[in-house]
Design a protein around this ligand. Sequence first.
Ligand SMILES: C=CC1=C(C)c2cc3[nH]c(cc4nc(cc5[nH]c(cc1n2)c(C)c5CCC(=O)O)C(CCC(=O)O)=C4C)c(C)c3C=C
Ligand SMILES: [Fe+2]
Ligand SMILES: [Fe+2]
Length: 371
Amino acid sequence: MRSPFHTEPPYTHGQAERTGVLLCNLGTPDEPTAPAVRRYLAQFLGDHRVVEIPKLVWLPILHGIILRTRPAKSAAKYASIWTPEGSPLAHWTAKQATLLRGWLGEAGHAVLVRHAMRYGNPSVASQLDALKAEGATRILILPLYPQYSATTTASVFDAVYAWAAATRNVPELRFVNRYHDAPGYIDALARTIESHWKTHGQPDQLVMSFHGVPERTLHLGDPYHCESRKTGRLLAERLGLREDRYRITFQSRFGKAKWLEPYTQPTIEALGKAGARRVDVVCPGFTSDCLETLEEINMEVREAFLHAGGQEFHYIPCLNDNSHWITALSRVAQQHLAGWPTEVPTAAALADARSHALAGGAPKGVCPVAH
Ligand SMILES: C=CC1=C(C)c2cc3[nH]c(cc4nc(cc5[nH]c(cc1n2)c(C)c5CCC(=O)O)C(CCC(=O)O)=C4C)c(C)c3C=C
Ligand SMILES: [Fe+2]
Ligand SMILES: [Fe+2]
């Protein structure tokens, strides 16, 4: 009879038990072409965590209208931010995983660290399989979203549950829901802004722009709005900014429904029209630069501000591979790893497990070990 679960090697004694961390991000197309963007958007916008319209109504609209028109337009935008290393989001996420592995190692935690994308590659399932193949029996799921949203964080968790539901020998799993107010995260953001200001001076207004979500999700119990606003308030306090020197706004509206307000672009245009000479924009909810920061903010919104009469527009990059940010991420990971063994098993422990395995004596056909 075929098993409904993924094929696994037979259980063997005496293997090194390892702890793993899986850094999860949203994902990005494999290349900046319409077919690749179509594949990516089909998976992304077909996720009921992202678009909550009943599938029977939504899928004909998605496949019949949106996926016929949007991919070519989005591909052109992706082409404008693509780098020799590929998509910025993919590049920074991979680098963050490498750096986090090093940081945790320095702190004495010999954990396996990999990264995965909720949509596109490398998939969450493929990286969980890889961690398991490397011996991970405990895995910490760490989304690269400081603010919890059902549209992003919970969707990553869905992918993990789906993998676990098809796995026989499931590792112990832990999930990080949020770190929107972690002091190290706020500090890393503040240092990035302060270092920009040290070179360029201060603006009339600092705009903290977060990705938006439909407003109704707030009324249905999603804390994303409140967590984003708290990040913004803590950041302003850390920078010593008075309330009239900064704004918290929401960007990247998708579709016709009301999203969280105030919207980023109209706010910045209004600032330009009202005579603000210089605006600086930072995107604290994005831990890597991506299409939504490099194209939407640094190109579209920049142009709108200058067109509205503004003189200087400064985009302050995301945390990316900033060392204070990696320190913050490693602190979040260590907090959630507490109580799990994170050292490499000693030779003595492995030898003990193996000699135990050699004790033998059970009937043929089952595990021949004296347990
Ligand atoms: C940081 C948190 C994010 C939330 C919350 C979020 C919600 C959300 N997004 C869409 C629709 C789109 N988002 C797109 C790109 C995109 N979104 C995020 C992050 C969040 N999204 C990132 C990091 C990116 C950039 C990815 C990259 O490859 O660089 C896109 C695709 C781009 C396009 O075609 O315009 C769409 C579409 C919805 C509907 C939503 C919540 C309901
Ligand atoms: Fe998005
Ligand atoms: Fe609130």
